[in-house]
Each structure stands twice: as structure tokens, then as C-alpha cells.
Ligand binder design. Structure first.
Ligand SMILES: Cc1cc2nc3c(=O)[nH]c(=O)nc-3n(C[C@H](O)[C@H](O)[C@H](O)COP(=O)(O)OP(=O)(O)OC[C@H]3O[C@@H](n4cnc5c(N)ncnc54)[C@H](O)[C@@H]3O)c2cc1C
Length: 397
């Protein structure tokens, strides 16, 4: 059935929002995207582990943007405290920068109805119409509102009240280092590989990523590292999430915003990890912090409004499937609307059943993997948990 003459508004123009916009347009909707950022979005300094679902819109249409910019790994290597490889298995994954995927999707959607500097401040419903208001004083009306406003979703609060995410008890220190800046021995180990080191109450992993920002130098390779460490809730967590201006951040402290003394402490404490991984931490100029949370939404469809991507579920990052889930929520939304024609509420109900299952399973799988990786019960030598529907579906040759 065709959805001609129906209008959809998408709140949030990142990967979830752009995928939704593209699939809805194909389902016959006239789509407007409202993004609060004043400038086109840019990566936060770390790469994305690709999953076929993350780039499915692009690959299904034979547009390889985002994928052709990716770097691949061949192996998963576990290293012990002495830096010796204890296990090596094949691991054909691909890594891309946020920027290249975002740019590929935005180029396909076009800029005509992608509005930057439009922060949605609320909405109201009148009969079959949803009216959306922005801080810039504009109003947009649609037959459908898709909320893709990310982990700190305001839409979620408007729809469900305050629903705080549960802190997982650990944070990730993260950083990137140019592959050219590491020793030949380190490069040999890190090259085309994902490295895991599992210690007591911590684990560290690295993977290669392509250029993440034009200021880093086009065409260069970087190594992305993540060091997961326990930090108890309360004073310790408050301290680590306080930026250099004294402001307590909710979820993360961005590159450049971490206080110098916290960076110095990180480097001083990096004696528990193998020397060659420690070298990466020491060389990183602007490490940054991401606290790890679990959040599950109880409901994703609300009549003619739905919520997807990180706004609906924020899973821990161990299955590396956050972007894939956002894109898959969007793809399934397009399918459901195609199947139900003009009946938006019915389409959203059908869609919700399936996507709630996916979100819950992803949160559960990440929680299980994260617990084992942090408490030392992860079977060293086992394949990675990377995957959206199941471990392994992220593999891309
Ligand atoms: C700028 C940016 C860079 C990122 N870089 C990386 C990366 O390098 N590596 C990685 O693994 N993941 C990265 N992510 C996260 C990753 O893209 C997401 O976790 C995932 O794709 C889910 O996407 P999402 O669209 O659901 O949420 P998000 O990607 O978080 O996008 C939410 C969007 O909604 C917008 N928004 C929020 N509130 C409003 C409002 N009131 N009105 C209008 N717009 C609003 C935000 O500005 C944002 O663009 C990045 C996200 C962003 C926004």
C-alpha cells in the first residue's frame, strides 16, 4: 500500500534518524528531519564496529559509502599480562568512522528537508495530527513523529516521565593513537587485529579505525582503545564524570574536557595492563570517558509517535551493535508502514512488538558479556560477542 500524502517528522538527525528518514521516504512519506545541532554532525573521536545492518540501507542500494572507507581486522588476539598472545582466532570485522556513514546517509537523503539548528522542545496531538515545536519558534505538523534523539532522549521523558538508566558499575576510558606513532612491535600486534586483555575487574580492547576527523590527517590509520574499569557509584563516579570546568556530566566526558589530573592519574595507574597496551594509553593526548549504562524502554509506540535507536534502548557496548540496532529499528519501521499502508498506529504497534524483543535481547546479551568480561569469567580464547541478533552477525569479510 502507498503512504502518499502522509508526512513524517523525525526528531534527531544522527544515524537512527537518518535511516528512519530514508526508509520512511521510500515507504511514501514526505519526511522532515529536525536536528538540534547547528552544524552537520561529526564523529566523537572513535570508530564504529560495522555490522551489516548498520550500513544496510547503503549496501542494499549498491552505494558503498561508509563501507568503502572501512578498515578490516583478520584476527582476534587475546594477550596476557606479559603481552604474549595466548589465543588467536579469525575475526573478520570492519571498522568505519561515524563521519563517513553519516555523510553517506545524509548525501542520499539530501539537505532540503534536513534542518539543522532545530531543537524540538515538545509536541502535542490533535486528532490524527502531531504538532512539533522547536526552540527556534517553528512548528511542524505530521501524521507520524519518529523520536530518534539519542541516549539522553527528552522525548522519552515527555512520553514516559523520568526513566533513569541503570549505571553498570564501570566506565570506559577511551582514546585513539596514530598507528604511525607506535613501535614496530606494537604495530605488528595491533595491525589487522582486535586485541583483548582481560584482567581483574577490568578489560582492555583495541581495534584499528580509519581517519576519524579531518584534523587528524586524511588516510591515516588509528588504533582505538577502550579500558573498562570499575568505578563505584557515588563520590567516585561523580569525580570521574566531572569535567575540567567542574561540571558533572551525565554520561561521558568528551576528548579535551577531562581534567589534567584525571588524565595523569589514568596514565599512572596503567601499570596493570600489558606494556604494549600501556604504551597506547601513555601516548594518548586526549583520552575521554564514557560511563556504561543499561536502559530498556517499556514501550516504543504511542499512537502516531514512536521512539527508536539509543533513545529507546541503551545497551552496554560489548556487542558493538548500537548503530546497527538504530538502523534496524528504522528499517523495520519502513517495512511495517509499507505493510499497513495509511494505518500508522497499527503499523507502529506491529513494529513495536518485534523491536522491543530485539532491544531487550541486546541489553541482556550485553549485560551478560559485560559482567563476564569485568568479573574475569569470560572464557579467554572465546569468539567475540559482537553482533546485533546474535554473536557473529557483525562479521564482514
Ligand atoms: C555527533 C555524534 C557522533 C558519534 N560518534 C560516534 C562514534 O565515533 N563512535 C560510535 O560508536 N558511536 C558514535 N555515536 C553514537 C552512535 O552513532 C549512536 O549510538 C547510534 O548510532 C544510535 O544512533 P541514534 O540516532 O539513536 O542516537 P544518536 O546518534 O545519539 O543521535 C541522536 C541525535 O538527536 C539529536 N537530538 C537530541 N535531542 C534533540 C532535540 N531535542 N531536538 C532535535 N534533535 C535532538 C542529537 O543532536 C543527535 O544528533 C555518535 C553520535 C553522535 C550524535
Amino acid at each position: 500500500m502507498s503512504n502518499n500524502h502522509l508526512h513524517a517528522i523525525v526528531m534527531g538527525g544522527s544515524l537512527g534518524g537518518l535511516n528512519a528518514a530514508l526508509y520512511l521516504r521510500e515507504a511514501g512519506f514526505d519526511v522532515t528531519v529536525l536536528e538540534r545541532s547547528r552544524v552537520p554532525l561529526a564523529g566523537r573521536g572513535a570508530g564504529i564496529v560495522l555490522n551489516p545492518y548498520t550500513v544496510r540501507y547503503l549496501t542494499d542500494r549498491q552505494t558503498m559509502a561508509g563501507v568503502d572507507m572501512s578498515i578490516r581486522s583478520r584476527y582476534l588476539r587475546y594477550v596476557n599480562k606479559n603481552g604474549r598472545i595466548t589465543h588467536e582466532i579469525e575475526a573478520p570485522y570492519r571498522f568505519a568512522s561515524y563521519n563517513s556513514i553519516y555523510a553517506g546517509l545524509l548525501a542520499l537523503f539530501g539537505r532540503e528537508k534536513y534542518f539543522l539548528n532545530q531543537r524540538v522542545t515538545g509536541f502535542d496531538r490533535k486528532g490524527e495530527i502531531v504538532r512539533v515545536h522547536t526552540a527556534e519558534g517553528r512548528q511542524f505538523t505530521g501524521d507520524l513523529l519518529v523520536c530518534a534523539d539519542g541516549i539522553g532522549s527528552e522525548a522519552r521523558c515527555w512520553l514516559l516521565g523520568s526513566t533513569p538508566a541503570a549505571y553498570a558499575g564501570y566506565i570506559a576510558w577511551r582514546g585513539i593513537v596514530s598507528a604511525a606513532d607506535v613501535s614496530p612491535t606494537t604495530f605488528e600486534l595491533l595491525h589487522e587485529a582486535i586485541i583483548y586483555h582481560i584482567g581483574k575487574d577490568e578489560h582492555l580492547l583495541t581495534y584499528p579505525i580509519p581517519v576519524v576527523d579531518s584534523s587528524f590527517g586524511q588516510g591515516k590509520r588509528y588504533v582505538n582503545w577502550l579500558w573498562y574499569r570499575h568505578v563505584p557509584q557515588g563520590e567516585a563516579l561523580d569525580a570521574i564524570l566531572t569535567d575540567r570546568h567542574g561540571r558533572r556530566r551525565d554520561l561521558s566526558v568528551a576528548p579535551g574536557a577531562v581534567p589534567d589530573r584525571a588524565v595523569a592519574a589514568l596514565k599512572a595507574e596503567a601499570t596493570t595492563v600489558p606494556d604494549l597496551l600501556r604504551a597506547l594509553i601513555l601516548r594518548t593526548e586526549q583520552p575521554f570517558i564514557q560511563a556504561i549504562f543499561d536502559y530498556e524502554i517499556p514501550q516504543m509506540s504511542f499512537g502516531r509517535i514512536c521512539i527508536l535507536g539509543d533513545a529507546a534502548f541503551s545497551a552496554r557496548p560489548h556487542t558493538a551493535a548500537g548503530t546497527a540496532k538504530a538502523a534496524e529499528d528504522a528499517r523495520q519501521l519502513g517495512r511495517a508502514l509499507n505493510e499497513h499502508g495509511n494505518d500508522v498506529p497499527e503499523a507502529l504497534k506491529t513494529w513495536e512488538k518485534r523491536q522491543l524483543q530485539l532491544g531487550r535481547s541486546l541489553v541482556r546479551r550485553n549485560r551478560e558479556a559485560g559482567t563476564k568480561l569485568q568479573n574475569g569469567t569470560w572464557p579467554i580464547g572465546a569468539p567475540l560477542p559482537f553482533g546485533l541478533y546474535e554473536a557473529g552477525d557483525s562479521e564482514m569479510k
